[in-house]
Design a protein around this ligand. Structure first.
Ligand code: GLY
Length: 321
């Protein structure tokens, strides 16, 4: 059996990031990528890697997923997430689920323990209870910052920079040592949407897609646009036609921009271990570990790197923001 060099790529959502958010968001996506890489070093699969990275980002209040998610028009948190196994194409997804800290974990349980792909709202909660996943008070997912933004938008005042919160989503793609790929994507959706609005994130082919025959993709951007061109599946299709991850990502993003005037971001890995992080917004914090090296960036064209043994983190305290 051939052994592949594992790869993990993580993103924290495309948009425009305020200066004081850039460094901390970069730090956390780096931590998520490194922790996920440790999972594969301990024998974990691509699914384990993308789940691990997503949970770290869902638990951090700087990102629009899990704790820190944006609020709907009624000031409530409704979460969407999906996880997909490129070996079997098995997928688990949750839509508009409430009171769950880690929707990616719930999505994986749906993948592994049901014959279904997606559960929503009440049904997702019933299933979570049946498998012992604890419900948490919604207040635990709401930060001062998300409440403030909700109030501002409700009042009709414009929200200046920081439209990251309008676009934020987190995601991960991975290739494991057995050559299997996987993706996970998780979000609170968009600010102040109608109750029950479901975006691209939990929809196969839109928020993510993974197939060992080509590779894995996780997307971030405005769900209503991404769904219309099924961006993640489009990018894997381009890879099936022979494009590299970078070419496929650029072609998909340019098509979204030309057809719907919508900017977005994607991370991609193919089944040979080539990977990319691309976006047409100003910023997208991303990090990747490949070949025992950590790569990361947040601005267009920025790619920094360091050896993974040079990287240590103090982050971990969950401050409210
Ligand atoms: N891409 C996240 C959303 O639109 O819900």
């Amino acid at each position: 059996m051939c052994t592949r060099n594992p790869v993990i790529v993580v993103h924290g959502g495309c948009g425009i990031y305020k200066e004081d958010f850039k460094e901390v968001c970069l730090l956390i996506v780096k931590e998520a990528a490194l922790q996920a890489y440790r999972r594969v070093q301990q024998g974990g699969s691509a699914l384990d890697m993308v789940e691990e990275a997503s949970i770290i980002l869902e638990n951090d209040p700087h990102f629009n997923a899990g704790c820190g998610a944006v609020l709907n028009e009624c000031g409530e948190v409704e979460l969407d997430a999906m996880i997909m196994d490129g070996k079997s194409l098995d997928t688990g997804a949750v839509a508009a689920v409430r009171n769950i800290a880690n929707p990616t974990k719930l999505a994986r349980l749906i993948l592994e323990q049901t014959n279904h792909v997606m559960l929503s709202d009440r049904g997702a909660s019933r299933f979570a209870k049946s498998v012992g996943l604890p419900e948490i008070p919604m207040e635990f997912l709401i930060t001062e910052r998300s409440r403030e933004r909700w109030r501002t938008k409700l009042s009709g005042a414009s929200t200046p920079v920081d439209s990251q919160i309008d676009h934020g989503t987190i995601g991960a793609v991975a290739l494991d040592t057995d050559g299997n790929v996987a993706c996970a994507t998780s979000t609170g959706g968009l600010n102040n949407t109608l109750v029950g609005r479901i975006g691209d994130t939990p929809c196969i082919g839109s928020g993510g897609y993974a197939d060992n025959l080509s590779g894995a993709v996780s997307t971030t951007g405005k769900g209503e646009a991404i769904m219309k061109i099924t961006l993640a599946r489009l990018i894997t299709f381009y890879m099936e036609q022979g494009m590299s991850p970078a070419e496929a990502a650029d072609t998909g993003l340019q098509r979204l921009l030309a057809r719907l005037q919508s900017r977005a971001g994607v991370i991609v890995v193919n089944n040979a271990g080539d990977w990319t992080a691309k976006f047409t917004t100003e910023n997208m914090p991303w990090a990747a570990v490949a070949g025992d090296k950590l790569y990361y960036g947040i601005a267009l064209g920025e790619i920094r790197n360091s050896a993974i043994e040079d990287t240590s983190f103090q982050h971990g305290a969950r401050s409210d923001i």
